[in-house]
Design a binder for this molecule. Structure first.
Ligand code: G1P
Length: 308
């Protein structure tokens, strides 16, 4: 590790802003996503994106920038007031439902910028440059739901504040799954718990035999602002798209202010709601954990599973 990336800096700014890329077409989830943004698919009783925004806010990131695109108006409507609906509920004295619909517009300070062309995740993150400015920021991919009690993002923010550079989240996946992810080669870091490692190289969606490990990048990042410069210089990679993984590889391989990449190896609950099976698993597990529905769903599931 370079000296600069391990030296604690009392002046290093703390991460305050979250960026949520939400411009994707949701092709893995067609036909459900033909006319509806994939971020709006309900997981139990809330759209998937609400869990992600709530995670950012509970990690202390009250400033959220969504990178949206065509057909994403439902997202802006969801995080806005709905006075007509509130009036109807008020007339009925239904304060419980008023609280539910108000929860999504009280979550934080949400901003939007549009990615005019679908040029890749790296390009989407680059669209946040003006809003983010010169400070570290988090990126949360809307497809990944992380158990809300896991504290992954807060841990990553803490690691970034102590070590500088950028921090990604890694998770062990089966070998036949590596080609769906960015994959990292890592090394231990002296003085850190064993869930914190240094990233020595990264490759986006490698063929099974070419993967440097089975540690896959999952959709949480805390990035140094230097990533913006690097993204501008990053040529289209895998799939002809500008890949965030390729920019992180440049940051991992280079030296200087803002360079260096660490990872938090996550062993908790994560669901890929952009995938049909992952989505169903999220609905079942979060349904069972739901304070009101959980008991009944659990009972029903036991009987249902016994009959399979
Ligand atoms: C993106 C990233 C990939 C990462 C994955 C996590 O891929 O490019 O490196 O492993 O998210 O979900 P996508 O799933 O958008 O194809």
């Amino acid at each position: 590790m370079t000296e600069q990336s391990t030296a604690a800096s009392p002046t290093r700014p703390r991460t305050r802003k979250a960026v949520i890329p939400a411009a994707g077409l949701g092709t893995r989830f067609l036909p459900a996503t033909k006319a509806m943004p994939k971020e709006m698919l309900p997981v139990v009783d809330r759209p998937a994106i609400e869990y992600v925004v709530a995670e950012a806010v509970s990690a202390g990131l009250g400033d959220v920038l969504m990178i949206t695109g065509r057909n994403k108006r439902a997202l802006e409507d969801h995080f806005d007031r709905h006075p007509a609906l509130e009036q109807v509920l008020e007339a009925k004295g239904d304060t419980k439902r008023i609280d539910l619909i108000r929860a999504s517009d009280l979550v934080g300070d949400i901003h939007y910028v549009r990615q005019g062309e679908a040029l890749g995740l790296g390009h989407a993150v680059g669209c946040a440059r003006r809003h983010v400015g010169d400070e570290p920021f988090a990126v949360l991919l809307g497809d990944d739901l992380i158990g809300e009690d896991e504290g992954l993002l807060a841990r990553m923010i803490d690691v970034q504040h102590r070590l500088g550079g950028s921090v990604i989240a890694l998770m062990e996946v089966p070998e036949d799954a590596v080609s769906a992810y960015g994959v990292a080669a890592v090394a231990p870091v002296d003085g850190e718990d064993d869930d914190v490692v240094a990233v020595t190289s990264l490759v986006e969606k490698p063929a099974r035999g070419d993967a440097p490990s089975n540690l896959a990048i999952i959709g949480r990042y805390v990035l140094a602002p230097q990533v913006f410069e690097v993204l501008e210089r990053t040529a289209p990679g895998r799939g002809g798209e500008i890949q965030l993984t390729d920019a992180l590889q440049t940051l991992a391989a280079g030296e200087g202010e803002g360079f260096g990449v660490h990872a938090v190896v996550f062993r908790g609950r994560r669901y890929d709601t952009g995938d049909k099976l992952g989505y169903l698993q999220a609905v079942v597990e979060l349904g069972v954990r739901h304070p009101e529905l959980g008991g009944d769903l659990r009972e029903w599931l036991k009987g249902f599973a016994a009959g399979l």
